[in-house]
Write a protein that binds this ligand. Structure first.
Ligand code: C2E
Ligand code: CA
Ligand code: CA
Ligand code: CA
Length: 284
């Protein structure tokens, strides 16, 4: 038994070394990726679910980063965002995404006018807020690209929004620019409806895990309904994430979610593909 345990220990140590090596490979590759333009941004439409049953397809988009790796192909964010956060690369990565997304957003306004998406959502990591004066970077990118502050929404997670006083201060600095904040993945963290009023957010994004069970589970429908009611009472809007079926869309619409996002409408698209999608989904 002792020998077997030792074997497990050796195998475990070996697995740890392999993991660490893989991480530092990804980190080195990511550093290069930032220099060599291998990162790009895709956009998933966020639609407005009107109470009359109609849908407004140009309500907004969420920017999502992708990595075109020379050998591995397109690498999804869950494989590198964590590493970027731990290695300090999230700063330049996040600035790249914001700059590119604002540039693309402005180009849609030029080509589509009133038919362009009205809100641009960009994900924010805790490490980005750690940088003193980051709100000045945001202000500079807005000024350079011509995007209005009220058109930009930064998405933060519950654990981030509930953080210490310094983080709260940084979030308020951002809000002072005129941008809005969304609480991402709501329902998956440890904070609750009761503490929603403590967070400086304008929008609550209800996590996909609730939406995907909304057809089969009364419990999940009740949770969505309660979230919408509390958010409304605080003057916050709601987005249902990960809508994959028409039935789910109708459930969240009936529960008065303001907006929806998910594969039912569209997967994340390149800037060009988004223009084509918008052209074929004109709001009636
Ligand atoms: P998220 O912010 O919750 O983004 C939504 C994720 O759900 C995206 O995955 C999107 O492609 C996926 N999704 C959307 N609709 C559906 C659906 O109907 N069904 C299913 N199964 N999935 C759907 P993605 O693009 O792989 O991003 C994963 C996570 O990586 C994001 O989760 C976000 O936390 C992070 N991320 C992505 N881009 C950035 C970025 O630029 N900066 C930072 N800090 N994080 C990012
Ligand atoms: Ca998000
Ligand atoms: Ca989310
Ligand atoms: Ca997520």
């Amino acid at each position: 038994a002792k020998r077997a345990g030792g074997g497990r220990h050796v195998r475990f140590a070996q697995a740890m070394r392999e993991r660490a090596a893989r991480r530092s490979d990804i980190e080195a590759d990511l550093r290069l990726a930032l220099q060599e333009d291998q990162l790009f941004v895709v956009y998933q439409p966020v639609v407005a679910l009107r109470a009359d049953g109609s849908t407004d397809y140009s309500a907004g988009v969420e920017a999502l980063v992708r990595w075109q790796h020379p050998l591995r192909g397109v690498v999804p964010p869950f494989e590198f965002i964590g590493i970027a956060e731990e290695s300090g690369l999230i700063g330049p990565l996040g600035d790249f995404v914001l700059q590119r997304a604002c540039t693309d957003f402005q180009s849609w306004r030029q080509s589509l006018g009133d038919g362009a998406p009205r809100l641009l959502a960009v994900n924010l990591s805790r490490a980005q807020l750690g940088q003193a004066g980051w709100s000045e970077t945001v202000a500079r990118i807005l000024a350079q690209t011509g995007v209005e502050a009220r058109q930009l929404q930064l998405e933060v997670t519950e654990s981030l929004a509930a953080q210490d006083a310094q983080i709260q201060q940084r979030l308020h600095e951002l809000k002072a620019l005129g941008i809005t904040l969304a609480l991402d993945d709501f329902g998956t963290g440890y904070s609750s409806l009761a503490s929603l009023h403590l967070l400086p957010v304008d929008t609550v994004k209800i996590d996909r895990s609730f939406v995907s069970q909304s057809e089969s589970s009364e419990h999940h429908r009740v949770l969505i309904e309660a979230t919408v009611k509390v958010a409304q009472s605080l003057g916050m809007s709601t987005v249902a994430e990960g809508i994959e079926t028409t039935a789910q869309a109708e459930v969240v619409r009936a529960l008065r979610c303001d907006k929806g996002q998910g594969y039912l409408y569209s997967k994340p698209l390149t800037s060009d593909a988004l223009l084509t999608w918008l052209a074929s989904h004109r709001t009636g």
